[in-house]
Ligand binder design. Structure first.
Ligand code: SAM
Length: 245
């Protein structure tokens, strides 16, 4: 019996999510999240993705590299259940698993082959709706095939519906101005920040409550400071370029 396998990483993710905090819990929730998947090594060859552009969505299999070193336990507390009920790790999408493998369906916006110097080239898949940390190693890519992958009437257990945590997001004048100044390079920045924050990224035990804390999150190369002003509103205080901090 084969007891272990070694896989080569075939690609790596450039993501606007620079830290775990505030990454949505599943793909598709923040549609304005745009990222790139760069194929690497022997997989960086346009032949591997010939025909993939016909598909609107793809499956990504990846390594939870940001939490891998923390190991795993048989029981975990899904945030969906308020963080106070334990379930078997394999009954959840927890990042802390026996094999730290994740799977996400993302939108495939475009396949690009970039010509570099010295006759080299780089294959890039432009993707959106991702729920992946910057630098995530990819171990496989497959087309999303609706006839097989959609199962009408499937039972989603305790996670049947997408969580509808929808806080309204307001911006200070300074934050509005900072976003406006970035509009050429990041035309969707405000939509993106709004989508990320409206899901209330705070820990499960803090949600549905107000608190005085000022939170910070890194998205692209910005540090965004916000607080929750009442039960349903997030106030964005500032949007600062990381090198301006
Ligand atoms: N859709 C995937 C799945 O079902 O396997 C991931 C679900 S997991 C609950 C989503 C969370 O994984 C995100 O909110 C983020 O905190 C975390 N995450 C994303 N990329 C990661 C990485 N490379 N390393 C560690 N954690 C990561």
């Amino acid at each position: 019996m084969i007891e272990s396998f070694n896989f080569d990483v075939i690609g790596t993710i450039d993501s606007p999510y620079k830290e775990k905090f505030a990454i949505p819990r599943q793909p598709g929730i923040v549609s304005a999240a745009h990222g790139q998947l760069r194929l690497i090594g022997t997989a960086n060859n346009a032949e591997l993705v010939r025909g993939l552009e016909q598909f609107s969505h793809i499956w990504l299999l990846f390594i939870f590299h940001g939490t891998q070193a923390q190991g795993w336990k048989p029981l975990v507390r899904p945030p969906r259940l308020g963080g106070n009920k334990k379930l078997g790790v394999l009954a959840t999408r927890s990042t802390f698993r026996p094999n730290p493998i994740g799977m996400s369906v993302v939108k495939l916006d475009r396949v690009e082959q970039q010509n570099l110097e010295h006759n080299k080239s780089q294959v890039i898949l432009h993707i959106s709706g991702l729920d992946l940390l910057d630098g995530t190693p990819i171990i496989d890519i497959k087309p999303y095939v609706p006839y097989a992958d959609i199962i009408a009437g499937a039972d989603g257990g305790y996670a049947q519906e997408q969580p509808i945590e929808s806080l309204s997001v307001e911006y200070s004048q300074a934050a509005e101005l900072a976003i406006l100044n970035e509009s050429i390079i990041h035309p969707q920045l405000k939509t993106f920040i709004t989508q990320v924050l409206s899901q209330d990224p705070r820990p499960a035990y803090k949600q549905k409550s107000t608190d005085d804390k000022v939170y910070g999150v890194s998205l692209y190369d910005f540090n965004i400071k916000f607080k929750v002003t009442d039960f349903s509103t997030i106030q964005v205080l500032s949007v600062l370029k990381n090198n301006a901090l």
